[in-house]
Design a protein around this ligand. Structure first.
Ligand SMILES: *[C@@H]1O[C@H](CO)[C@@H](O)[C@H](O)[C@H]1NC(C)=O
Ligand SMILES: *[C@@H]1O[C@H](CO)[C@@H](O)[C@H](O)[C@H]1NC(C)=O
Length: 212
């Protein structure tokens, strides 16, 4: 009697050879192994491609989303306007009278510049160069200075001269008759300040509606 451990690997028991299915079942198992390898060879590149496609689709989209939600790349001011402290400023190349200058600013949803802080005044004086520029202050002769919106101006800095319209020169502010021609500066809130205003006014009208 043979010990089962002594059996050679290639030894095929005669009675198994006699069973007609033995060899074909061995062939079958070789086929299964070959199929597995084929499946793996096809599946791995397929999975890699699909993963690549998914990440390829997702990653740039996420990056674009990050960029578009970042303040760095969004223009807060229109082209050829200059942003400073949540406002946009336009310095003209043309010279025109005060009336025309204000009308020009108005057509861009702006006004002749309304200087609200010392920082802003210093920015304007530095940026305007050596030229005179109209600003958004005017008066009826003998009356106090008023902003373009009609609010009285609190005399934050001296305005020289006896004219009814104010402008910035290289020393500070002065005044002249409205029909004389100068460069001008327009200003308006930048888009973030506009959005904030919009939200505030939406909130206010919402509260009013709730009260009534
Ligand atoms: C008019 O403009 C000035 C300067 O921008 C501002 O301080 C003031 O609140 C404005 N007044 C009204 C009634 O909008
Ligand atoms: C102001 O300038 C405009 C355009 O140049 C002109 O049509 C208008 O008559 C001028 N107004 C005054 C008061 O000079």
């Amino acid at each position: 009697m043979h010990d089962s451990t002594g059996v050679e690997e290639n030894f095929v028991p005669v009675d198994l050879l006699a069973t007609p299915n033995y060899l074909s079942s061995k062939k079958h198992s070789i086929n299964i192994n070959r199929n597995r390898i084929l499946v793996i060879l096809i599946l791995i590149p397929l999975i890699v491609t699909v993963l690549g496609l998914i990440t390829g689709l997702l990653v740039p989209r996420r990056k674009l989303h990050e960029i578009s939600s970042s303040e760095c790349f969004e223009a807060a001011c229109p082209e050829s306007w200059i942003g400073f402290q949540r406002k946009c400023f336009y310095f003209s190349d043309d010279i025109k009278n005060w009336t025309f200058s204000q009308r020009f600013c108005d057509s861009y949803g702006a006004d002749l510049v309304q200087i609200e802080t010392l920082l802003e005044l210093n920015f304007l004086l530095r940026y305007k160069g050596p030229y005179d520029h109209w600003i958004g202050l005017s008066r009826d002769l003998g009356q106090p200075w008023k902003w373009v919106n009609g609010t009285e101006w609190p005399n934050c800095f001296p305005i020289r001269g006896g004219g009814e319209c104010a402008y910035l020169n290289d020393k500070g502010a002065s005044s002249a008759r409205h029909y004389t021609e100068r460069k001008w500066i327009c200003s308006k809130p930048d888009i973030y300040a506009q959005m904030k205003r919009q939200t505030l006014s939406d909130l206010q009208s919402h509260r009013k509606r709730q009260k009534t």
